[in-house]
Design a protein around this ligand. Structure first.
Ligand SMILES: Nc1ncnc2c1ncn2[C@@H]1O[C@H](COP(=O)(O)OP(=O)(O)OP(=O)(O)O)[C@@H](O)[C@H]1O
Length: 254
């Protein structure tokens, strides 16, 4: 396996009872790449992301992180590898501790890892929140005093503040308005340039996927039906299902 591969899966199969939700998915993510997995509701996107992050068991198949087979890794090695990955979940209300303010929630990981001087940690938190459009007056609020989109951004800040090598995002922009979506896309692009961030996002809208990622994988009923550079999928989709998704995205944008 090449040194540039940060996450890969081969022959991934996941079943829920009799239902085959992922049916032999192969996927490869290179360092610094932005990949989007698109498909309609129920196509298996979240399951794929959770399986890649090892938050969900796979019935068959192999997963490698940074070139190492995770199934064979010892727990201590797995913990070290996991620290290089972050995941941002779709449901932002259940993942934030209700007792922590925005500032505390974003800073928590830095304090746990004892990274840098306290003043540097505070600066890093404030800088990231500003780049995600979270105004100063929100920094001392609790999660229930925020909107869904604000909570989602706090979750994104919690992941990025740790400067992970790879971030997995589940529907990161679904609760964000267009301006905030643009800010997030810019922030991810800058982080990719500055820190070589690798990202994988799952979402249902093909047009938004093309803004967030340079390569797109189209998932239908647990099977990858098409894969390619984002601009090619948008301008010359080969599979009828990709064309359907494109028409749906265009109709939604009208
Ligand atoms: N814990 C579970 N137990 C049983 N079935 C499940 C479970 N989680 C998901 N499923 C089923 O697996 C299929 C894929 O679900 P998944 O959440 O991966 O799809 P998705 O593409 O992410 O959908 P959405 O866009 O709606 O979030 C669906 O049919 C779903 O009902």
């Amino acid at each position: 396996m090449s040194d540039g591969t940060v996450v890969s899966a081969r022959g991934l199969r996941v079943r829920y009872g009799p239902q085959l939700v992922l049916d032999g998915v192969d996927l490869r993510l290179e360092r610094g790449e932005s990949l989007a997995v698109v498909g309609e509701s129920g196509s298996g996107k979240s399951t794929l992301l959770r399986a890649l992050a090892r938050l969900q068991r796979a019935d068959e198949g192999e997963i490698h992180w940074f070139g190492e087979p995770v199934a064979a890794a010892r727990p201590s090695r797995l913990r070290r590898l996991r620290a290089r990955l972050q995941m941002v979940f779709q449901d932002s209300s259940s993942t934030l501790d209700p007792r922590f303010t925005v500032r505390q929630a974003v800073r928590e990981g830095l304090d746990v890892h004892g990274e840098g001087l306290p003043s540097e940690r505070a600066r890093r938190v404030a800088d990231l929140l500003a780049r995600l459009g979270i105004a100063d007056e929100l920094h001392d609020r609790l999660p229930h005093e925020l909107s869904g989109g604000q909570r989602q951004r706090v979750n994104i800040a919690r992941a990025l503040v740790l400067r992970p090598e790879v971030v997995f995002f589940d529907e990161p922009v679904s609760s964000l308005d267009v301006i905030v979506q643009r800010d997030l896309i810019e922030l991810l692009d800058e982080t990719r340039t500055e820190q070589g961030l690798t990202s994988i996002v799952v979402l249902h809208d093909l047009a938004v996927a093309a803004q967030l990622a340079s390569r797109i994988v189209v998932l239908r009923s647990g099977v990858v039906v098409e894969e390619g550079p984002a601009h090619e999928l948008l301008t010359a989709p080969r599979h009828p299902y990709t064309r359907e998704l494109l028409l749906a995205a265009r109709a939604a944008a009208r």
